[in-house]
Design a binder for this molecule. Structure first.
Ligand code: PMT
Length: 408
């Protein structure tokens, strides 16, 4: 998937630097060219020789080396790369990046680049959670740097928590997502549903679920970045409206269906909303009163309209591509495969929503993509990375190549 892509890998000084060997191997296994810049501190953990042997390329270490500059100047190093990867991204190099310093070759290349940058942080948990690092990461994110990890786990310093560098496979996936070649969605219309629905029992109570809208909103944003004209129909959520997307806010499934139909003809529909399957058969007009000694009121439910199945119905208005989600707590793939057939959609994105997974409301998601061709298992990714990857796949069904990255 990375055939011919040029990755400039900046290895800073942390114990996680040893994972770079595996990272280089994996990237080269996917057809990428890897060139390394090694900081002075990085060279205490891995040797230029090992990086050179694995990358089969010269390793750059010294800004003032006449040989390095004549072979490949520091500006040229970033100019000829498709992507810069900082792994491990230590607290020190993140601080230097945020401050715009140019005090060694790595920092200078990072300051001089206009290419996408991916950082894989690795540091002690208290360094990662320190206000200075938090502020540096925030600054870098605002400037467009993409982050992968860090993960929670045991550390070399005998502590436990966030700070472990992502595994090489996760870093490769993030690189894939940033460099994926896709089709453009310019001129295409997209409809996305997101968030929960609320089904009133009476004027003060309702049935709902834990959906936060993070996944659906990220998909709307990713489709918009690829040029689509996106309408997002959202249940009640506290996440911000995505930039450049028309947002229609609703409460109930009936309202969501009406808003989807009112959006008119679209090229692609993605139903990520957690729509309540049932609603009260007869919602009360006034608050249902609790009477001393009386049994709780019986709740009579009736099915809600199925928005995904409605949008999937054959006909001239049917979107060219309809993508549903399957939220399961058991038999994930089998249920998702069955759901795709029952609902009549083209693809299903299956995710496990058991409480232990943290999928509802969390930042990450582990999905399987079920298409007519089979089932793809995706690694655990940040929800915006799932969104970018899905948007890229959708765009691949439509137009000529272009690429976006998660934090674009
Ligand atoms: O919002 P987050 O906190 O980020 O969490 C994301 C998510 C878990 C909500 C999301 O990834 C997800 O799985 N969305 C689908 C939730 C769901 O309702 O799944 P389901 O298996 O019950 O429904 C299957 C499909 O039918 C879904 O595409 C759903 O939108 C659609 N549906 C369901 C019922 C209904 N009445 N109308 C529908 O359109």
């Amino acid at each position: 998937m990375l055939n011919g892509k040029r990755i400039l890998l900046i290895v800073a000084g942390g114990i996680a630097a040893f994972k770079c060997h595996d990272l280089i191997r994996r990237l080269r296994g996917q057809g990428a060219h890897v060139r390394c810049v090694l900081t002075e501190a990085g060279a205490r953990f891995v040797t230029p020789l090992s990086l050179q042997a694995l990358s089969e390329d010269k390793v750059y270490t010294d800004m003032f080396s006449l040989t390095d500059e004549s072979e490949m100047g520091h500006i040229e190093l970033s100019r000829e790369a498709d992507l810069l990867v900082v792994a491990p991204a230590t607290a020190n190099i993140l601080a230097r990046m945020a401050a715009g310093m140019a005090d060694d070759l790595a920092a200078t290349v990072l300051l001089a680049t206009d290419k996408p940058v991916l950082a894989a942080p690795a540091m002690n948990v208290r360094m990662w959670t320190h206000a200075a690092t938090v502020a540096n990461v925030e600054t870098l994110k605002k400037r467009g740097v993409t982050f992968v990890g860090p993960n929670d786990g045991a550390m070399a310093c005998n502590e436990y928590g966030p700070g472990r560098m992502s595994e090489p496979a996760e870093i490769v996936t993030a690189i894939d997502a940033m460099l994926a070649t896709t089709g453009s969605l310019t001129g295409k219309r997209a409809l996305v549903t997101s968030g929960p629905t609320r089904e009133a029992l009476d004027p003060v109570r309702y049935i709902s679920n834990h959906s936060s809208g993070k996944q659906g909103h990220a998909i709307a944003a990713a489709l918009a970045k690829l040029g689509a004209d996106v309408t997002l129909v959202s249940g009640p959520v506290s996440v911000a409206d995505p930039f450049g997307v028309k947002v229609v806010k609703i409460d109930s499934a009936d309202q969501m269906l009406a808003a989807c139909l009112a959006a008119g003809a679209v090229d692609v529909a993605v139903c990520a909303a957690a729509v309540a399957d049932w609603k009260a058969a007869k919602p009360a007009d006034a608050k249902i009163k609790k009477k001393a000694g009386a049994p709780p009121p019986a709740l009579e439910l009736t099915p809600n309209p199925d928005i995904l199945a409605t949008l999937s119905q054959p006909g001239p208005q049917r979107p060219r591509l309809v993508v549903g989600f399957a939220a399961e707590t058991e038999n994930l793939v089998a249920n998702a495969v069955d759901k795709r057939t029952r609902k009549g959609c083209d693809w299903i994105v299956a995710n496990d929503v058991s409480p232990a997974t943290g999928t509802f409301g969390g930042e990450r998601n582990t999905v399987h993509l079920v298409t007519g061709e089979g089932v793809e298992e995706w690694p655990t990714l940040a929800k915006d990375e799932v969104a970018v990857r899905l948007a890229n796949r959708i765009a691949g069904q439509f137009g000529p190549p272009r690429s976006i990255k998660a934090a674009e």
